[in-house]
Design a protein around this ligand. Structure first.
Ligand SMILES: Cc1ncc(COP(=O)(O)O)c(C=O)c1O
Length: 375
């Protein structure tokens, strides 16, 4: 199969180098390969067994329960499922928000992932974009002033628990206090924690969880945990999920998820990783990334490369790099910045090599230095 051999070679090559995307490469699914012989399908609601029994629902429930503990979900009032990724989780959460407040306005910052805007378009929801501070965090003054102009309309806020470009964390406590200050009783807070939610919990920042009064949180499974198949978690309050539950007579389950057929392999991959790591392993994984990030910051600085990162983040922002460097290291780049993300598999050698290539290229790598945040 020459065609596939060539593809495999290309994938191997490209996987070795990437540093700009938050995707862990160090998963080991050898033990799970026997499951790939079966057409696992977690059709419908993971908490309601359907007549299609070739599924991994019981494992999916355990995975969700583990995240419910991690994010301090209210006892007996949580629900969730394993999604195809962070974007689906965002779609699901916004769908629940819309069903609760059909005429609500959704507020999210300018640094928010593109899936939010797309999902709002699909759902036909009204929205207002809030200004962003230089570090990528929401501008709370703008949020306050903007909500104040629409006090008669329910408020749905999307808080980033790690923005895509700078891993900035929107402060849910401040958002809550704005809602209290304006006496907004009808509100829904969704947290998009695609990469950052787990990092936030285990780095000791603990700025996220249902104890803060949020309504939903989502993350990607293939990012910090790692999985060969894109996947994610949507965790919501059960009361909000109940509003949309409809029974489907031919499967015997409830139609509570976005898609009908659902991949039954991803829950097993996540379950396996979570059980191998345990809470200690997850904490060590976060610590390792933070140490690598510190090393990268020091190495960039020592070599005269402007850099900064948000506190507790593993994403390091550098000036936008020339196309050859962007492409080789797969560095996500916006107008004024490129970034590297110090995922668990990023080595010091790779950082040294990147630094060497950037410095060899000389000052042309910093063409718009004056616009680079914080310089
Ligand atoms: C903040 C944020 N939200 C959502 C997503 C989308 O996640 P996924 O690619 O798993 O759909 C990303 C992806 O990078 C992200 O950075």
């Amino acid at each position: 199969m020459e065609r596939l051999d060539a593809l495999l070679k290309k994938v191997e090559n490209k996987t070795g180098d990437f540093m700009g995307y938050p995707v862990a490469k160090d998963f080991d699914i050898e033990e799970l390969l026997p499951f790939f012989k079966y057409p696992l399908n977690n059709l419908g609601d993971p908490f309601v067994d359907s007549t299609y029994a070739v599924n991994s629902n019981e494992i999916e429930r355990e995975v969700i329960e583990q995240f419910a503990d991690l994010f301090q979900a209210p006892k007996d009032n949580w629900w969730g499922y394993v999604t195809n990724g962070g974007s689906e989780g965002n779609l699901y959460s916004l769908y629940l928000a819309r069903e609760k407040y059909p005429n609500g306005i959704v507020y999210f910052s300018n640094s928010t992932h593109y899936s939010i805007r797309k999902n709002l378009h699909v759902l036909g929801m009204q929205c207002i974009t809030i200004r962003t501070q230089p570090n990528g965090e929401m501008d709370y003054k703008d949020l306050h002033q903007t909500i104040a102009q629409h006090r008669n309309v329910p408020v749905i806020v999307v808080a980033n628990i790690g923005t895509t470009m700078t891993e900035a964390v929107d402060d849910v406590i401040t958002i809550k206090s704005i809602l209290n200050d304006l006496a907004i009783q009808q509100n829904y807070i969704h947290c998009d924690g695609a990469l950052g939610a787990i990092i936030n919990v285990f780095s000791g920042k603990n700025k996220i969880g249902f104890h803060l009064g949020i309504d939903s949180i989502t993350l990607s499974g293939h990012k910090f945990i790692g999985s060969p198949i894109p996947c994610g978690i949507a965790l919501v309050t059960k009361a909000n999920r109940d509003r949309i539950a409809m029974s489907i007579s031919y499967t015997g389950s409830l139609d509570t998820t976005i898609t009908g057929s659902r991949n039954g392999h991803s829950p097993i991959i996540l379950w396996h990783a979570l059980h191998k790591l345990g809470d200690n392993g997850l904490k060590q994984r976060v610590d390792k990334c933070l140490i690598t990030a510190q090393y990268a910051m020091e190495t960039f600085a020592k070599n005269g490369i402007p850099c900064w990162k948000n506190e507790g983040a593993i994403t390091i922002v550098i000036p936008p790099q020339p196309v050859e460097i962007q492409q080789k290291w797969q560095l996500a780049t916006e107008e004024f910045m490129s970034h590297i993300i110090c995922m668990p598999n990023i080595s010091r050698e790779q950082i040294d090599l990147l630094v060497k290539e950037i410095t060899q290229d000389g000052s042309k790598n910093f063409p718009i230095k004056e616009k680079f945040p914080f310089l």
